[in-house]
Design a binder for this molecule. Sequence first.
Ligand code: GRG
Length: 296
Amino acid sequence: VAASASAATEFDLKAYLGEKATAVNRVLDASIPADEPPAALHEAMRYALLAGGKRVRPALCLAACAIVGGREAWAMPAAAAVEIVHTMSLVHDDLPCLDDDDLRRGKPTCHVVYGEPIAVLAGDALLSLSFHQMARVDSYPPDVDADKHPARVVRSIAELARCIGSEGLVAGQVVDLQMTGSAEPVPIDRLEYIHLHKTASLLEASVVIGAILGGGSDEQIERLRKYARSIGLLFQVIDDILDVTKSSEELGKTAGKDLDLTKRRQHHFCTWLIISPIGRTEFINIARDRNCFGSF
Ligand code: GRG
């Protein structure tokens, strides 16, 4: 117990994420041709995909694969795929018709650099690329179980498609959009729906796919799904808190956008109080300075 406790405290998350990001970035870099036509499209795709980002979803995918006893290489194409989907969702989210943002990952957004039509199409092509990346047989590592791996890949593709479609990520974005125009308070269950779909469902897919490709049992997969949904929810709550407590320079994107809805702010504030006493004073002071509480 002592040995495992000390191993647990010695785990360096930052180093782990850095190591996985480097490995995934290599695959991402190789996934889009740098100099094949149509140049503008490929340039825009590479610009969005290789612009940075923490690569949390691929790291979760690889970790889930390893935790059920698989080799990380078995999940590497899928790890790249979930990051590609995430990136395309950011490209589309930043468009003038949605969030209309001009800063992402510390750089001008895709549509600011390449124009709106190319940014839309780059997002489309990235979505297609993500499934290609997972499905192509030449991406299968040589040491996979040839009998079981193809079925695991198909199951993973179905999982990803479900988690990002009209029952997942896109659904969350639509409900978020509908709430944005509303003057009514956002009920907490509606807010949770948005977070679970818009953010948690891709994290869920990342973890579940990693576990499937690692050869996890159904029980292991479902337990990891539960874990992923929980951290997905927490991830979005923290993301919203950082939106208030950090500057645009620190975030690499426009700060203060997500808390613009007065009523939604109140829920975020309550959630913050519930989940984390750390930095509470700092949060309150900053939020008060920026007049974030509205009628709270
Ligand atoms: C997926 C088919 C399909 C369409 C996209 C526009 C849209 C539909 C969805 C928007 C989803 C969205 C922007 C969710 C926000 C999720 C979130 C918390 C992003 C920040 O993630 P980080 O912190 O960012 O991992 P980095 O830049 O580090 O990757």
